[in-house]
Every structure is written in C-alpha cells, then in structure tokens.
Design a protein around this ligand. Structure first.
Ligand code: C2E
Ligand code: CA
Ligand code: CA
Length: 785
C-alpha cells in the first residue's frame, strides 16, 4: 500500500467534511441555511477535488497525466455547475430550471471518465470483445437496478412528459455509464496502480449513488438540497481527491511489484452487480403471480450460469498461474530455468551497478554425466539430475537462485550475505561427496565448478553475459585441470590456456584400448581391494651434486592383458567411482614400506614424494593417518613429501593454507606440484608455508626454444631463493635443459634425462649408484615403466 505523508491539510479537510456532514444531517439554521451550506459546500469540495486532480496530472506522465487532466476538467464542470445552482438558490432563491447550463457542467464528469476508459482501453492488452462483454454485463445489471429504483417510475409518472422523463434519465444513465467504465478500468490496470483506481472507482460509485438517490427523492416529491444524496456525492468527491493525491505522491518506478495474474476480487468485480440485479428483478416481478415460475426459473438460470462462469474463471486463473510458474522453472528438477536465472542475474547486476552490492556466479558442469546416460539409461540420468537439484538447494543459503541451464549444466547466483562465495562454492562441492544411488548402484559424480565475482565499483561495470561467461571459463579451466574443485576466475583466464596435459586425464575420455568400461571397473575394484596396484619411483637429482635427493612415487596398474597402465588411464575411473580414498591408503602404505628400505636417518635421508588426491585434503585426520603409517614402518615424518597440485591450491586458497600448516606442523615436507600450469598469481607463494616448488613439465620443456619461458623459469627459481624453499624441475628430457636449470640455481630435476619412473628394485640400484654416474647419462635408462 502507498505511504501518504501526513499533512495538517488532511486533518483540516477531514474536520470540514465532518462539520459539513453534521450540518446536513442536523439541519442547523433551518432548511434555507442548510440548502445554502449544501450548495456552497458542493462547490468548495468540487474545487478541492479539481485542484487535486490537476496536481496529479502535473505529477504524472503520459496516459496518467492525460487521464487526470480530463478528470480535473470534469470537476471544473462541477465547480461551474455547482456555482450556477448555488447562485440560483442563494441569490434568486429558487431551484434552477432543468435542464440548464449547470447540467452541462455536471455532465462533464462522465465524459472525463469516458476519456480515462478510452486511454486504458487503448493501452490494455485485453481483447476488445472481452471489454465490451464485461461492460455489457456491468451496465445491464446496473441498468436493471436503476430501472427498478428510479427509471420505471420516471417514465410511468404522469407528472413528467416523455421529453422531461428522458432528460431526467440522463443523470442516472450517465451515472451508471461512469461506474461501468471505471470498474472496467479497474479490472485492467497494472498491480502497482490498482489501489489508486480502487479508491477512484469507489468515489465514482458514491457520486453515482448520490445522483440516483437525488432522483429517487425528487420522484417522491422533495427536491434534494442536502441529506443523503449530497453526503454521498461529497464523500465521493473526497475519495477521488484522495486518489489524486496518492497518484501524485506515489513513487514512480517499477510498478510490477504485484503478481502478474489478476487478483480474484477484480476478476469477480464485473459480475458483482448481477446478483443484486437478479434480486431486484425478482422482487419487482414477484407480485405478478402468473409469471412467478418463469421469474424463478430465469433467476435460477442466471445465478447458476454466473456461478458456473466464476468457477471457470477460477480454474483458468489457476492454470494461468501454473503456466506462469512453469515458464520460469525447469520441469525436470523444479529449479529456476535459464529465463528466470538471467532475469534474476540482470536484477542483481543492476543492484551491483547502483549500490555496489556484491554478486557472484557459480557455474557447474557434471564431469561424467554422459557415462551415466550411456551406461544406465536416460531414466537414471534424469533421476540423477533431480537428486543433484535436491542436494544443491540446501547447500546454498535460502533465497539464492539455483538454476539448471540445460543438460548437466547448473548455475547459482550468490548475492550479498555473511558467507563468502568461496565458502558457498566449497559447500556446493561437498554436496557431491556422497555417492548417488542409481538403479541399485552407487555412482560417484563430481562437478567442475567455476566461480566469477562481479568487480567492485571502482572497476568498469560488468554485464550479465560477461559475468556468466567468466564463470563458464573458470569452470572449463577447472574441468581441464582434472583435479575437480572450484576454480576462481582471474583476469586474463581463457579457455584452452591451461597446461596441455591435465593431471589425471580429461574427465570422460579415458585413453584406453576398447575394453568395456564396466569390465575394467570390476577389475580395478578387485585390484584395489587386493592391494595390487604398484608404485613406480622416479628419482629427483640434485643439480649441484648429482645425488638423488628425493623420489616421487607414481602409481601403476600392471594389467594382465593391457600391460602396465599409467595414472592417466585409470585414475579418472577410480575418481568417478569413489575409489580414490582406498588408493591413497594403498599408495601411502606401499610407499612407506618401500622407503623404509632406503631411508636411513642421518645417513641417507631421501624422502619419498606422494601425490594426494585433492579431496583427501578435506579430511582433518589426514596428517594423523600419514604419521601412523610412517611410524608403522619406523619412519620419521620427514621421510615424506606431500605433493599438492597447484590447481587445488588456487581453487581453495584459504583452506589450502590451513591444510599445509597442519601437514607441516606434523613434520611432513610440503611441495607445490605442477607449478605454472594453473593461474598462479605468485603472491600465494609468499603467504603459504611450503618447502618446495615443482615447476611443471609444460613450463620447463619449452625453455630451450622459447626465451620467454626460460626467463619465467629463471625468475621463479630466483623467487624460490628469496623465499628459502627448494625448486624441482619436472620433465627434464635433455642435458641442455638440465644445464640451463643448473645455471639458474634450480635445486633438483626430475625427468627422463635422468631416469624414467621404475619399480623398486631398479630404484634400489640407482640409489646405490654414485653421483658422477648419474651425471654421465646412459643412453637408455633401464627398466622404464
Ligand atoms: P605428476 O605428479 O606431474 O607426475 C609426473 C609425471 O610426469 C609422471 O607421469 C611421470 O611419469 C611423468 N614424467 C616423468 N619424467 C618425464 C619426462 O621427462 N617427460 C615427460 N613427458 N613426462 C615425464 P605419470 O606417472 O603418468 O603420472 C601422471 C600423474 O598422475 C602425476 O602427475 C600425478 O598427478 C598423478 N599420480 C601419479 N601417481 C599418483 C598417486 O599415487 N596418487 C595420486 N593421487 N595421483 C597420482
Ligand atoms: Ca607429482
Ligand atoms: Ca607434476
């Protein structure tokens, strides 16, 4: 409802109105004085309403301004007509003749209401036929009422000639036309202005009732100078003045605050006079006993048709509401669809541009949805999407928009709130931790998530499309990195720029000979259960001394038919089926057992580097578990280097810091793997307490050919010196690269130039080889796996 600012003028107006009503009812000073008060009062209140309408016309724009101008002129007519009548009563001391100029003035109002109706009819999108029929229903019902009340008597009364009677009928007919038109307007105005039109229409009805009551009393022989007709008219005048004031003071702007469908009361409004008309008609005809059955039958018919019609209306409305709802909902999941999503995002972005209210978008894409569809059927695919929707909604704070944009793509709008977008994104990720039960099977399904935040007010504003695009780019980068997790968009990020080889193969494409995936999965489960995965070790060579200063454990699957499979070939399958936890335990146990054979505290402290699956970092008991395994083999924590891939770090900077601190507090070395493959801002290096940096293969390989790559590697190595951490270059395949790295001061190198990954026995040999031997490379490294 509108807020009308309180104004002492209103109190004064209300007091004058009350005094006026009392005067008319009590008749102070006798009939003569009361008649004068009544006539003068009508002029004064008409002038007030005319002024208010003019004000509303000035404040409004377009059709609203024109409409109120018409109404202002209508009441100007009243001021003129009222003044002429008052002159006759006060000065001449007689009732003005009928018809007179005064009547032309009074009839300006119906014309003005007609203008308002035409303005609305020209603008409204409702069909002309419906408007005409609604108008007919209202007018016919009102006509019946007015006929029974006054018109019949007017035309049958012998005191009036036909012409006089017809002229006398002008007022009631004008009144009922006015009411019909304003009710029609009321049923079509937009929600935002409905209350104004409601007050206006009530005012028009009060005036019409005053007119008809005046005629009724005239027919009874007393000329109405005051009493009920005048009170009714003046009340109507004030209501219209109030409507005008509301229209002038209402805040302009989005008026579509209300629902798009018509409220029930307005839907019924055109029919409201019908029951009264039927009752009036029945009462009117009842005395004629001959036609009573016909009258009764007709009445029942009309009322039943009316009720039937109204039920159809109600049903239609319910259907409309459903359609309106579905136009914005994804039918499968019930989440917002793309239309609603973009609409809400547009709105959020507009707020962001105006007040700087933060807004972020999460873009989610399932990693292996196609596999579910292909292997378990579309029915399961649909069930999975529904289940995902059910998990997503509770994982974001209430009021945030969760949408399915199509296929296996979801998106979430994150608006201002106590939680950071990263926190929410993390929770969304956790919603996929548990397996999905599909067709009696546990299926693990993970999304790649991209997060993009709208820039602050001090930066150029961003469009809806651009923000969504950024979230998508980040999502693709997350997908390509293969580690899952959330990727935050950083300026300059582009699709296809990330390191060419994803850490664990691109999701969904497993480079395997054509073996049925289901069969392979069965075998893989057995291998994991039986602890039959093996570890290959690749030495890390000190570039200063040629000594082996570390070894990296790399998992292998010796397959009876397919040969030794590398992680790219089977890790995605493990990951998808929730077997990574078991593999991590296996790798840890085996690496600790193997390291126990070579690790000699104080004599040969060569730590084993272990790659951990990103989600295992969410496990708070991780340091404890690793510590226990090492202790079981008599190894100190320093015997292990934990490799954390850079992609995980970038996606979870805050949590990563906590994880790294925990691991280091427990005494393990921590290394950042694949450095340079993601969108490192470098600044995180300064903040994270790490021991080692592993330069990514794709970063090191082009060094010889590309001076820029070399310069970057050089400066990163210099940075590690400043930070006092060690650097390990991966994928060193030739002497020249090794030499260049040594010149830059790189601590250690790993790669086929020194040694391919090999199983323990071969490693044992290498560890026993003296440093100069390693530096004098052999042409073919032994037992590469
Ligand atoms: P990574 O951690 O970057 O491991 C280094 C990869 O580079 C290894 O591939 C290694 O064989 C390969 N490599 C070594 N020297 C050279 C070289 O001179 N040139 C080239 N082109 N490549 C070289 P691998 O063994 O196939 O492992 C692939 C990835 O699988 C690893 O990348 C690591 O992210 C992941 N991974 C391996 N073992 C495990 C494990 O036990 N657990 C987990 N969670 N991930 C593992
Ligand atoms: Ca690694
Ligand atoms: Ca690496």
């Amino acid at each position: 409802m509108p807020m009308i600012r309180w104004n002492p003028g209103y109190a004064a107006g209300a007091a004058v109105y009350l005094a006026f009503v009392c005067w008319l009812l009590v008749g102070w000073g006798g009939a003569q004085v009361t008649a004068i008060v009544s006539s003068v009062g009508l002029v004064a209140f008409s002038a007030l309403t005319c002024a208010c309408a003019a004000m509303a016309a000035r404040a409004g724009r377009g059709a609203i301004a024109i409409g109120w101008t018409a109404i202002a002129f209508g009441f100007l007519g009243w001021v003129v007509g009222g003044s002429i009548r008052a002159y006759h009563e006060v000065v001449v001391g007689a009732v003005p003749p009928f018809p007179s100029v005064a009547d032309i003035g009074f009839l300006a109002l119906p014309v003005a209401v007609g203008v308002v109706w035409m303005l609305r009819a020209a603008k409204g999108r409702l069909s002309v036929v419906r408007q005409l029929l609604d108008g007919t229903v209202i007018a016919a019902a009102l006509f019946l009422l007015v006929w029974v009340a006054v018109l019949q008597r007017l035309f049958t009364d012998h005191r009036f000639g036909t012409v006089h009677a017809a002229l006398g009928a002008v007022y009631p007919i004008a009144a009922l036309t006015m009411v019909t038109m304003s009710v029609l307007v009321l049923t079509t105005v937009p929600a935002g202005r409905r209350y104004i039109l409601g007050v206006f229409t009530t005012g028009i009805i009060a005036i019409a009732m005053g007119d008809i009551a005046a005629l009724y009393m005239q027919l009874d022989g007393d000329y109405p100078t005051g009493g009920f007709p005048m009170i009714s008219k003046v009340t109507g005048l004030l209501m219209i003045a109030a409507a005008a004031t509301m229209s002038a003071t209402v805040r302009r702007g989005r008026s579509a605050a209300g629902s798009r469908t018509m409220p029930t009361t307005l839907m019924w409004l055109p029919y409201a006079p019908m029951p009264f008309a039927v009752v009036a008609a029945v009462a009117h005809l009842w005395p004629d006993a001959d036609i009573r059955p016909v009258v009764l039958g007709a009445a029942v018919l009309v009322i039943a048709t009316l009720i039937r019609q109204l039920t159809v209306l109600v049903e239609n409305r319910r259907l409309l509401e459903q359609v309106a709802k579905h136009a914005f909902r994804d039918p499968l999941t019930g989440l917002a669809n793309r239309l609603l999503f973009t609409d809400r995002l547009d709105h959020a972005i507009a707020l962001q541009h105006r007040d700087g209210r933060p807004v972020a978008v999460l873009s989610l894409d399932l990693d292996d949805f196609k596999l579910v569809n292909d292997n378990l059927g579309h029915h399961s695919g649909d069930a999975l999407l529904r289940e995902i929707a059910d998990r997503l909604v509770p994982s974001v704070p209430p009021g945030h928009t969760v949408a399915r944009l199509g296929g296996d793509e979801f998106a979430i709008i994150i608006e201002a709130g106590p939680e950071t977008p990263e926190d929410i994104a993390g929770r969304v990720m956790c919603a996929f931790d548990e397996p999905f039960h599909l067709d009696g099977e546990d299926v693990y399904m993970h999304p790649s998530i991209g997060l993009a935040e709208a820039p602050g007010l001090d930066e150029p504003p961003i469009s809806t499309e651009e923000l969504l695009k950024r979230a998508d780019v980040a999502m693709y980068v997350a997908k390509r990195s293969g580690v899952g997790g959330v990727q935050v968009f950083v300026p300059g990020m582009q699709i296809g720029e990330v390191g060419t080889t994803p850490a664990w193969g691109d999701s969904g494409q497993i480079r395997l000979p054509p073996v049925s995936e289901i069969r392979l999965l069965g075998e893989l489960r057995r291998v994991v259960d039986g602890g039959d995965l093996r570890l290959a070790y690749q030495p890390q060579i000190s570039l200063a001394t040629g000594d082996i200063v570390g070894v990296e454990a790399l998992v292998r699957w010796p397959h009876p038919d397919l040969g030794v499979l590398t992680p790219h070939q089977f890790l995605p399958l493990l990951r998808r089926n929730g077997l990574m936890g078991a593999v991590t335990d296996l790798v840890l146990e085996q690496a600790a057992r193997d390291a126990a054979a070579w690790y000699r505290p104080g004599i040969r402290e060569v730590p084993v580097a272990i790659n951990l699956f990103a989600p295992s970092f969410n496990d708070a008991t991780l340091p404890e578990r690793i510590g226990a395994v090492l202790a079981g083999h008599g190894l100190p924590p320093a015997a292990v280097t934990i490799e954390i891939t850079e992609h995980y770090l970038l996606a979870n900077v805050r949590q990563a810091r906590h994880v790294i601190e925990q691991l280091r507090d427990a005494g393990f070395r921590v290394s950042i793997d694949d450095f340079g493959s993601g969108y490192a801002t470098m600044s995180y290096l300064r903040d994270l307490p790490i021991d080692e940096l592993k330069l990514d293969r794709n970063f090191v390989a082009p060094m010889l050919l590309n001076p820029r790559a070399a310069a970057i590697v050089h400066s990163v190595i210099k940075l590690t010196h400043t930070l006092g951490i060690t650097s390990v270059a991966e994928g060193v395949e030739d002497a020249a690269t090794a030499e260049l790295l040594r010149g830059y001061g790189c601590t250690a190198a790993q790669g086929s130039y020194f040694a391919e990954p090999s199983f323990t026995t071969a490693l044992q040999d290498k560890l026993d080889v003296t440093a100069p031997d390693i530096k004098e490379r052999r042409a073919a490294p032994p037992s590469a796996v």
